[in-house]
Design a protein around this ligand. Structure first.
Ligand code: PMP
Length: 354
């Protein structure tokens, strides 16, 4: 019997495993998806509630108010900003704007698990480059993997799930080595959590390199993961290309309003980020004190490269009431949450050592 064929590429698509959900009423801490543990501010909730009466209408297709607010916040032109339904969707639009079938996309691995999926769906060929044993991106190896067929290089900084951010000097050397007609995507989903003084200023990098695109999101520091809103910042010509490849009306009216309200409250939200960074410092120090080998983290999560010990750690954490994110046979990523959650993680880490 005849049947409708799926694209052969789908058969090889790696799965995107969502972080476990907390069952209703359970006392578990959810540290599995790098979310912000704090609920939206009252001003943000009010903006969402006020917008609810308009949802019989399509949203502003280009999210103009949000784009204006982002541009003003970052000190760039509105023409340089493209909003989308989460930065993961914006990444898909970037790839469909710049890649044809068979083009190569160089990306670090292990890194954000959506990369190989998005690259394959764009019809491109992924070229994974291993991250170093210390969890840092190997920028010279990423540059060396560029060929005549490479259209895009993805640079995840800080790298999800391993944690470190790239350094400005190594990024400069990398950008000098990559041809100017290859797009370099700096995925800065966690940029607000970066405190490493050697990390680059993405906006300055963008200003100096017209082949760079920044990807940012409201899901992490701004705590709007459930509304799905992220954006790209690029040279205006490239931004127009990404806009042309975007899903029409991709950012909901409520997400646009919440994004604008969040930027208005950015001082308060970034104070919360400072608190999460303090918790990160305590979590890293505590894990190391208990004898665990943890790479630096400049994001809102830490990485334990446990190999075969991954399942054991994840199960012990679940029993203690904390959901972490195991990557089978490779390691465990633990988001930084409330101080009480840090306490539980450190207890689990101590008990497994002694
Ligand atoms: N980039 C990286 C590195 C991420 O870790 C994530 C979220 N896990 C995203 C992009 C996507 O975020 P969102 O689609 O929620 O904006």
């Amino acid at each position: 019997m005849k049947h409708v064929p799926l694209r052969p590429a789908l058969a090889s698509l790696p799965p995107y495993v969502p972080g476990a959900r907390v069952p209703v009423g359970a006392a578990a801490f959810k540290l599995s998806s790098n979310e912000n543990p704090y609920p939206p501010l009252p001003s943000v909730v009010a903006a969402i509630a006020d917008g609810a009466v308009d949802v019989n209408r399509y949203p502003d297709m280009y999210a103009s108010d949000l784009v204006q607010a982002v541009a003003a916040h970052l000190g760039v032109q509105p023409e340089q900003v493209v909003a989308g339904c989460g930065s993961v969707a914006v990444l898909g639009h970037v790839l469909s704007a710049f890649c044809d079938a068979g083009d190569e996309v160089v990306h670090p691995w292990r890194s954000f698990e959506a990369y190989p999926i998005a690259v394959t769906l764009a019809g491109a060929t992924g070229v994974p480059v291993p991250v170093r044993a210390d969890g840092r991106l190997d920028l010279p190896a990423l540059a060396a993997a560029v060929t005549d067929r490479t259209r895009v290089v993805l640079v995840c900084t800080p790298n999800n799930p391993t944690g470190p951010a790239v350094h400005a000097d190594e990024l400069d050397a990398f950008l000098a080595a990559v041809p100017r007609d290859v797009l370099v995507v700096l995925d800065e989903a966690y940029v607000e959590f970066v405190r490493d003084p050697d990390a680059p200023d993405g906006l300055a990098v963008l200003a100096a390199h017209p082949n760079v695109v920044l990807l940012r999101t409201f899901s992490k520091a701004y705590g709007l993961a459930g509304l799905r809103v992220g954006f790209a910042v690029a040279d205006a010509r490239l931004a127009a290309g990404i806009r042309a490849a975007s899903t029409p009306f991709g950012v909901s009216h409520l997400a646009q309003l919440a994004g604008v309200a969040s930027l208005r409250a950015s001082d308060e939200l970034l104070e919360r980020v400072d608190g999460i960074v303090r918790e990160r410092t305590r979590l890293l120090a505590g894990l190391r004190e208990h004898g665990w080998d943890v790479p630096d983290s400049q994001a809102n999560f830490v990485w334990l490269g446990l190999g075969d010990g991954t399942a054991r750690f994840a199960e012990a954490a679940t029993r203690a009431g904390v959901l972490v994110r195991p990557f089978a046979g490779d390691g465990v990523r633990i988001s930084v949450g409330e101080p009480e959650a840090t306490d539980v993680v450190l207890r689990v880490a101590r008990d497994l050592r002694h």
